[in-house]
Design a protein. Structure first.
Length: 220
């Protein structure tokens, strides 16, 4: 007869907030801070360390504080940043581009840093947002565990859904530390991904205008 283990963990609670895919976001607090710090101590022991020695005694607390910052994107709905739009644009209907939005993210395969820059453009149809809001949208998605391709598409889709512009373009260039500091150890390799929607996808001139604006080739 199989012995049933006592269930000590409660089912994670759900927040009303949704992530970029419209899925409910698991509430971080379903795992308490103490359990998270214990997990860090376990990893320290596993690596061969003594978590009780002086230099490491506060490390679990510091790691959890850092994680609260790095993974803060789950608690935020990026659509809210784009909710406030300006319609008085004096008939401006040309492309809006924000380039070189620096971000730090973490890959979902190794929890290793992804350091990069995002370039975001859209062709408004009457509604524009404050440019800092585009950078905030990038930040929200970056502060979750990511795959670069997914993050690129999530940012583009979010802007497309909320602003309903004629088109959206997102290009991300990033260095993945799981590749540069371990594994194949290839330093200086960056990955470039892009997602084009609407006229950015269907109209080569619009796409080329965006790519000329962001000019990612010469700025190494
Ligand atoms: Zn990785």
């Amino acid at each position: 007869m199989a012995v049933q283990r006592k269930r000590t963990q409660q089912k994670p609670k759900r927040l009303a907030a949704r992530n970029g895919n419209g899925k409910a976001v698991v509430e971080r607090n379903s795992v308490g801070r103490h359990a998270a710090e214990d997990a860090v101590r376990t990893l320290l022991r596993w690596a061969g360390e003594d978590p009780a020695r002086e230099g490491l005694i506060d490390t679990p607390k510091r790691v959890v504080d850092a994680y609260l910052d790095w993974y803060s994107g789950y608690a935020i709905d990026p659509r809210e940043y784009l909710g406030r739009t300006f319609e008085e644009t004096a008939g401006y209907d040309e492309m809006v581009v924000l380039r070189d939005i620096e971000f730090e993210s973490h890959c979902e395969h190794h929890m290793a840093p992804i350091i990069g820059r995002a370039h975001v453009g859209y062709l408004p149809t009457g509604k524009v947002v404050g440019i800092s809001k585009l950078a905030r949208v990038v930040d929200v998605f970056a502060r979750r565990f990511q795959v670069q391709e997914k993050m690129t598409a999530e940012i583009a889709r979010c802007i497309d859904e909320v602003l309903q512009p004629a088109g959206v373009g997102v290009v991300i260039e990033a260095v993945h530390e799981c590749m540069t500091t371990r594994g194949v150890h290839k330093r200086g390799v960056s990955m470039i991904t892009s997602k084009m929607l609407g006229s950015f996808r269907s109209d080569a001139r619009t796409r080329n205008e965006f790519l000329t604006f962001i000019d990612i080739r010469d700025r190494r």
